[in-house]
Design a protein around this ligand. Structure first.
Ligand code: ADP
Ligand code: MG
Length: 228
């Protein structure tokens, strides 16, 4: 996809200015920057949830995300993106299985397909053995695995994580990132917004740094260069 000279704003408050980025299908990209630099807003605009004030988001198909896109094409695009939020957005009083199945039910998938797909997605994140556990009984990193499984049920080509490891210890954070790395090796585009210096420095992927409402740097095999 291409982020073409995008400016994001809430009312008249500019959040990000003139962002130009091209993200290729096979890439793994970190978005880093202090809180409030607009990472979440940019992610929201990439998933079709927040129209830019100026500029365009151009999909690989050549379609413009916010320009004359039919509801149907937008829905297809959204299903092709798996988003992992920092606060999981899980249903605490339901089981692991039910959480993933529910995400499929609301999208209108049929039961036999749900019964086949949910265990597959749970297996992919190593959580099939906990399928009947209630979410409130899980640890943070297990919850994050459930939310990744839920993001995988549409077999998306693009995976976006918004600070998916923010509350995890370094070891489990690393394990979660290895899941994303495997998904990238399977050919999925991965975009991860993060503050986690350890993670960024140990995975050595493309690093886009947002600073002062702009892209400050964009480095292949980069490191976390913001001073904390
Ligand atoms: N719904 C909203 N309405 C108004 N301002 C918002 C809204 N969401 C975020 N902002 C503002 O936009 C800026 C960027 O926020 P955000 O995209 O969440 O940054 P980050 O994810 O990098 O911490 C912040 O100043 C934030 O207060
Ligand atoms: Mg954020």
């Amino acid at each position: 996809m291409k982020i073409d000279n995008v400016t994001l704003a809430f009312k008249n408050k500019i959040v990000l200015r003139n962002v130009d980025l091209e993200i290729k299908k096979w890439e793994f990209v970190f978005f880093i920057g202090y809180s409030g630099e607009g990472k979440t807003s940019l992610i929201r605009s990439l998933i079709g949830d927040f129209a830019p004030e100026r500029g365009d988001i151009v999909l690989d198909s050549g379609a413009y995300l916010y320009k004359n896109m039919s509801e149907k094409v937008l829905l297809t695009y959204r299903k092709n993106i798996g988003v992992i939020f920092q606060d999981y957005k899980l249903l605490e009083s339901k089981s692991v299985y039910e959480n993933v199945a529910f995400a499929m039910e609301v999208c209108g998938y049929r039961d036999p397909y749900i019964r086949k797909k949910v265990p597959e997605a749970l297996e992919q994140v190593g959580l099939l053995i906990k399928k009947d556990t209630f979410v409130y009984e899980l640890s943070g990193w297990e919850k994050q695995r459930v939310s990744i499984a839920r993001a995988l049920v549409h077999s998306p080509d693009i995976i976006i994580g918004d600070e998916p490891t923010w509350n995890l210890d370094p070891h489990t954070a690393h394990e979660i990132m290895e899941i994303f790395e495997d998904l990238n090796k399977d050919g999925k585009t991965v975009i991860i917004a993060t503050h986690d210096k350890n993670i960024v420095d140990s995975f050595r992927k493309r690093v886009v740094t947002f600073k002062d409402k702009e892209v400050q740097s964009d480095v292949e095999k980069g490191k976390y260069s913001l001073k904390l």
